[in-house]
Write a protein that binds this ligand. Structure first.
Ligand SMILES: [Zn+2]
Length: 624
């Protein structure tokens, strides 16, 4: 038989359809394994494919182990990119999202995943009405509050960002400089749960890198704490502006003997600055400083010991642990998001809407949020009858993504849930996303909506797929992404080498947690291996193989259990070299079963063509 990819994929898929049906209708125990949702902003690249393949292999392995498991896909569809595209291309965000989802679905279809045809789209009312319900519950129970406050303002994107979304003073998406602005917004009261959060994160099952970054966000550190007079605290990392009457400074810092401390002459105000500077500057003559306007230049050098001595002598000094994390601002001054379900009346204040509120989904954006002009947002207050309005702001999309995975397994996610078995995502996206999930579920647990504050039994954070980028005639490797224009469309590779070759290659390139460098030329090795398997199986006479079993499958099963997929591929290559000399029907069968999660199309079709279905029955009833 010739090795014809189109033929293999076509019939492999047909068999898969039949297999999916059989698994759906079985009474097996569920194994819930889900990938983080993509943003439908265009097309998928090999980086997404890596995520989905890891997910798909785990599902198929679990099926072999006797479970019911599927690959699901959902869309994190609200947010800024749709608004930007809308302004640039004069198109309605909803239409843009829809057309992108269509394109991406087409790509996913080509990947031949063990897919369950149920998708979630966070921009649909059936989904976000629950985001609104969560919001209302949190607001009622005071885990969300409204406050006028100084916020991080991204002038390029015309929006507010949470502290975690500002990286080195710039917006995480726009990369533009962030300024401060005073507006009224909703916040999640993270401070209220900070102790629980800190304890739980320290005991969580996160991969080390993600765990450390989360601990860093919360940032519990020892500080000296000086009470001068009872008053409020106000401090900032590194640069301490203590306009009030309490001084904090860090106990443990890398350069902890290097301080810069200053006292200003501004009325009763004490101003302390900490810097990684060469020497310690310190002036103890406050009276002198109070008189002197040019204090900046009037430093007297001191060492740390002297400084502490001075402070101890003059003030009451205590130690305290300080959390860096701040409350999470969830209001966004944007149109394309979950509407905040409240009504604002100038006379009577804010009310929570009794029923979830729909977003008018077909508005065009012309620089300004179109919702301000939307008539239905203006209503009469039920109490004072004056004209008031529905809240114009929408929720941060991280609010939606903090719980979307729940929606796969329950019609009503407000009612208590089961944990997911495995959750998979890329290392970059995981850091913020998982931190917000943790905050969200710590609150859900406090409210007794869930029994757990960690909704995942296991989290897999995979490395990135890097590809060549050329800048100023220099070539280097960068994360595959749309913005860097170095993304590779998996469909193109699948057209040449088939989905099985691409799956095998992506898994073979490195351990799950490692970053891998994309190199299209090297895929040929996996393609040839699959071709050899095909020719071997289609030429043999299985009746001539005897029923003995002289190969231990423990090693390969161990690698599956530990998710060492690159090792599985090399083990399969080793096993295949010896497969003739074993002369065992059982090994022929087991090899195909082991191969199935990695290269399902080929193993499906061989299973049927070679008559294994007749001898051993349905492939997934042969559990290992
Ligand atoms: Zn009113």
């Amino acid at each position: 038989m010739i090795f014809n990819l189109k033929y293999i994929e076509k019939y492999g898929k047909k068999i898969q359809k039949y297999n999916i049906k059989k698994i759906i209708n079985s009474d097996r125990k569920n194994y819930r394994c889900i990938s983080m949702f993509p943003y439908p902003s265009g097309t998928l690249h090999i980086g997404h494919f890596r995520n989905y393949v890891i997910n798909d292999v785990i599902c198929r392995y679990k099926i072999i182990k006797g479970y019911k498991s599927f690959f699901y896909i959902g869309w994190d569809a609200f947010g800024l990119p749709a608004e930007k595209a809308s302004i640039e291309n004069n198109i309605i965000p909803n239409k843009w999202i829809k057309s992108n989802i269509k394109k991406m679905k087409k790509q996913i279809k080509k990947m031949n995943l063990f897919i369950h045809n149920y998708t979630i789209n966070t921009s649909k009312y059936s989904f976000y009405k629950y985001s609104q319900k969560f919001f209302s519950i949190f607001l009622k129970k005071k885990y969300i509050y409204k406050k006028k406050g100084l916020v991080n303002w991204d002038d390029k994107d015309k929006t507010v960002l949470a502290d975690e979304q500002v990286i080195n003073g710039r917006g995480w998406r726009s990369k533009s400089k962030i300024s401060k602005k005073n507006i009224t917004m909703y916040f999640i009261n993270v401070k209220k749960i900070k102790y629980t959060l800190y304890k739980e994160i320290n005991n969580s099952n996160l991969p080390k890198k993600t765990l450390n970054s989360q601990i860093n966000w919360i940032g519990k550190e020892n500080y000296y704490y000086i009470k001068i007079k009872k008053k409020k605290v106000f401090f900032k990392n590194k640069l301490f502006f203590f306009i009030s009457k309490v001084i904090f400074f860090p106990l443990k810092k890398k350069n902890n003997n290097k301080f810069l401390i200053r006292y200003t002459n501004k009325k009763e105000k004490i101003y302390v600055e900490y810097k990684d500077c060469e020497r310690i500057h310190f002036c103890e003559d406050i009276e002198y400083l109070k008189k002197n306007k040019k204090i900046n230049k009037k430093f007297i050098r001191y060492n740390k010991k002297k400084l502490i001595f001075f402070i101890k002598k003059n003030f009451l000094i205590k130690k305290k642990k300080i959390f860096k994390i701040k409350d999470w601002s969830i209001s966004r001054q944007r149109y394309w998001g979950t509407p905040i379900p409240t009504i604002n009346c100038k006379n009577c204040g804010t009310f929570i809407c009794k029923k979830p509120k729909k977003l008018p989904k077909n508005l065009k954006i012309k620089k300004i949020n179109p919702i301000y002009k939307f008539k239905k947002y203006y209503i009469n207050c039920k109490k004072c009858k004056n004209l008031c309005n529905r809240e114009f702001d929408t929720l941060d999309t991280f609010f939606d993504s903090s719980w979307y995975f729940l929606n796969y397994f329950s019609k009503n996610p407000i009612i208590s849930q089961k944990k997911l078995d495995t959750y998979i995502g890329g290392s970059e996206h995981s850091i913020l996303h998982l931190l917000y999930v943790k905050i969200f579920f710590t609150i859900l647990k406090k409210l007794k909506i869930t029994k757990f504050s960690n909704p995942f039994k296991k989290i897999i954070v995979h490395g990135m797929v890097l590809n060549k980028t050329i800048k100023k005639k220099k070539t280097f490797y960068e994360k595959m992404s749309k913005s860097k224009k170095n993304g590779v469309d998996p469909s193109k590779i699948i057209n040449i080498y088939g989905s099985d070759s691409l799956r095998m290659y992506i898994l073979f390139m490195g351990k799950i947690q490692d970053d891998i460098k994309w190199d299209e030329k090297k895929i040929i090795g996996c393609y040839r291996f699959l071709k050899k398997i095909w020719f071997f199986y289609t030429k043999i006479n299985i009746n001539k193989f005897n029923k003995k079993n002289n190969y231990s499958i423990k090693k390969i099963l161990f690698f599956y259990k530990k998710k060492k997929f690159n090792n599985i591929v090399s083990e399969l290559m080793i096993l295949f070299k010896k497969i003739k000399q074993f002369n065992s029907l059982k090994i022929l069968k087991n090899f195909l079963i082991f191969l199935n999660p990695i290269a399902p199309m080929l193993s499906n079709i061989i299973w049927v063509i070679c008559g294994f279905e007749k001898i051993f029955g349905f492939i997934y009833n042969n559990s290992l």
